[in-house]
Design a protein around this ligand. Structure first.
Ligand SMILES: [Zn+2]
Ligand SMILES: [Zn+2]
Length: 273
């Protein structure tokens, strides 16, 4: 029992967890930033969702709040670790313990559960009297960059981190399945804030593709605020009628642009920081 309550060991684990998350953030957001905003900027210009680029000051704010959020996420991770040591979670030790089919299903369950959790907590954070105290920081970015992936007020970071204890309390899950889910979450989060549309034209009208959210979808949430609340799937926004009326049109406008014609495209009057 001594090891469980050793503060030193928890500080060490907390620092390790923070470092790993910082590396994950820098790798995903950094790679996206380098590829789309630096090295191949001109090649991708025609796929930019909003014509303008965010100002350096706005990007620095996104980075600052993201690194702050990682502190909250580290505390959550340590809390889950401690609760697992105490035998309170359903985290199981052997990856094949429940069969490999369940292992795969558990990752999908994490994603589906998170999608629902995100939509409804997101709707809650948009309630008029909650928004300024919890979610306003994330909406500082009207024209987000990949660095906005974790740009949350600490109170929002607590809500966002809440999915982790929820998962480990309600379903059996292996730590590696959780890690795969968290990597997927990070990749999709960076994609949502990328500022460029990567999916091909017709994607949102495809019978299957239309159920998956695009970068344009979340970009429009940052631009117009009261629409497009969903994360991975275009399910809850459809059920609740919260997709922006011009979501499909905006997506098709960006997705159908060709590189050669990019210079001829007349800039639309879009808002930027
Ligand atoms: Zn929002
Ligand atoms: Zn966002």
């Amino acid at each position: 029992m001594e090891a469980i309550f050793s503060i030193d060991s928890y500080i060490g684990k907390g620092i390790a967890l923070y470092s790993l998350q910082a590396i994950r953030y820098l790798l995903f957001a950094g790679a996206a930033w380098l590829l789309f905003y630096r090295i191949y900027k001109s090649q991708w210009l025609h796929k930019k969702i909003q014509e303008r680029f965010p100002k350096p000051k706005a990007v620095l704010t996104e980075i600052k709040y993201s690194f702050l959020s990682l502190v909250i996420f580290s505390f959550t991770g340590i809390g889950v670790y401690w609760a697992t040591e105490m035998g309170w979670t359903q985290v199981y030790p052997e990856a094949g313990q429940y069969g490999w089919l369940y292992y795969g299903v558990s990752i999908i369950l994490c994603i589906v559960l998170h999608d629902t959790y995100f939509y409804w907590t997101h709707r809650l954070m948009h309630v008029k009297w909650i928004f300024p105290y919890v979610h306003k920081v994330h909406h500082y970015s009207h024209n987000p960059s990949p660095w906005a992936a974790f740009s949350f007020h600490p109170l929002e970071a607590i809500i966002e981190a809440g999915i982790l204890p929820l998962i480990v309390l309600i379903m059996p899950v292996h730590i590696s399945a959780l890690l795969i889910f968290l990597l997927y979450m990070t990749a999709m989060n960076v994609m949502g804030h990328l500022g460029f549309e990567l999916f091909p034209k017709g994607f949102v009208r495809h019978w299957l593709g239309g159920w998956y959210n695009t970068s344009t979808h979340h970009n429009m949430h940052h631009r117009f605020t009261k629409c497009n609340y969903g994360l991975y799937f275009n399910l809850w926004d459809r059920v609740m009628g919260t997709n922006h009326a011009k979501y499909h049109e905006t997506f098709e406008n960006v997705a159908s642009k060709e590189r050669e014609k990019a210079a001829e495209v007349t800039p639309s009057p879009v808002r930027s920081e």
